[in-house]
Design a protein around this ligand. Structure first.
Ligand code: AMP
Length: 391
């Protein structure tokens, strides 16, 4: 892959795919982290006198124009952040945009409308990709969050460019995540939680030979406890994953660590009645909503010696104050480990939200902007958006 630093930018139209999929409520952006994450590439391109054309998706409009998913408010926000005008075009392809792109001056910035307003985007449609490609002389992809999708603005488009490169955010993501797979400082510990096992089994399989321990928590843990023959009450369960979980435990049980106690509630509610029980003693009609204090202590003891830690998925329903205890404790401990020199990498929207909520976002080595893409990468799969940038 080329680097953005190797590409001549002066007076050229730089078409950059970014991930501006930000949360918007009533026309207002409630979190601009993703916009700011693209600033190193944006500022570099402008500093080197490129003409910048930005493309992104926002939400899931399913191939139709949904006004609440327009990128227009993002153009305004970006303009405020950059302190210069950002021209918004209410389409992503067409003659008018092509003409406008050709009349741009060095240092101008244009943001195009949501690519997913076109059904062709998700279909990786050749003619839509070709139309998009007409808007740039060089192509940059800084949208790590969509690198696992073979969409037209991510994959198809690259076939029409001789010069293409990852942006700095993409580069940083790949650097941190590759290190986990290739040369993690040992001991290397992975913490996996969250509601769903789907998407994480492959990560467990791929990481098992490389990690010292995988510590499990969250709702996904109950499928493993069930696979161990325990009763799990009305806790989350993925029936179709029990046999896979069983296989993993039989194959590499010594590396996969399960909770020894669980905080249970009598309903899925912050004000549920709350009890701490042994992992094998969850009563019927009660559900596990957090890992227990003994487990917390056990995990803390393992984490304290770790030199590399990857964390994806909250340990409990952290959105409920009464069941947030272990997720908060893990976030705090990881921030302390970072200060002691460990590498800490956080992935996944909910885990990032948790780390943010408890005030530890600034203390981690790397917070990955792409939950799904990071998991696929760590599962050992090739990401179409990355493969397409290879020259
Ligand atoms: P995921 O997207 O699979 O990483 O799931 C994240 C979600 O898992 C968060 O919203 C948590 O509230 C939820 N979660 C964590 N632990 C549990 C649990 N024990 N039962 C149900 N949901 C959980």
């Amino acid at each position: 892959m080329k680097s953005l630093r190797d590409i001549e930018l002066k007076n050229r139209r730089v078409l950059m795919r970014v991930d501006f999929n930000v949360p918007i409520k009533e026309g207002k952006i409630t979190d601009d982290t993703r916009i700011r994450a693209a600033l190193p590439s944006i500022n570099y391109i402008l500093e080197y006198n490129g003409k910048l054309i930005l493309i992104s998706h926002l939400g899931r409009p399913e191939g139709t124009v949904v006004p609440s998913m327009s990128l227009k408010p993002v153009a305004q926000k970006l303009s405020e952040i950059l302190g210069k005008p950002v021209k918004f075009m209410p389409e992503s392809i067409g003659r008018e945009i092509e003409d406008t792109s050709k009349s741009m001056n060095e240092g101008n910035v244009i943001l195009l409308e949501n690519t997913r307003f076109h059904p062709e985007e998700k279909k990786n449609d050749e003619s839509y990709a070709k139309e998009l490609a007409k808007l740039g002389d060089v192509y940059v992809n800084d949208a790590f969050g969509t690198a696992h999708r073979a969409h037209a603005s991510v994959e198809g488009i690259t076939h029409y460019f001789k010069e293409k490169a990852p942006g700095f955010l993409m580069e940083k993501e790949l650097e941190h995540l590759s290190k986990l797979l290739e040369s993690p400082k040992k001991p290397f510990i992975t913490l996996l939680g969250g509601a769903k096992i789907s998407g994480k089994i492959d990560v467990i399989e791929n990481l098992l030979p490389k990690v010292d321990r995988i510590l499990l928590g969250g709702g996904m843990v109950f499928t493993f406890l069930k696979a161990n023959g325990y009763e799990i009450g009305s806790s989350l369960l993925e029936e179709d994953k029990i046999s896979l979980a069983k296989e993993l435990l039989e194959k590499r049980g010594e590396k996969i660590i399960l909770p020894v106690d669980i905080v249970i509630g009598n309903k899925f509610d912050n004000n549920a009645e709350r009890k701490e029980v042994a992992a094998e003693s969850i009563p019927p009609d009660w559900m596990g909503l957090d890992i227990g204090p003994k487990t917390g202590e056990k995990y803390a003891n393992i984490i304290k010696d770790a030199k590399t830690i990857f964390w994806n998925g909250p340990m409990g329903v952290f959105e409920f104050e009464n069941f947030a205890c272990s997720t908060k404790a893990i976030a705090r401990q990881l921030s302390e480990q970072t200060k002691k020199g460990a590498i800490t990498v956080i992935g996944g929207g909910d885990t990032i939200a948790a780390v943010h909520k408890f005030g530890y976002s600034d203390n981690m080595t790397h917070i990955s902007t792409g939950g799904g893409a990071a998991l696929e990468f760590l599962a050992g799969r090739e990401l179409p958006g990355i493969e397409a940038l290879k020259v």
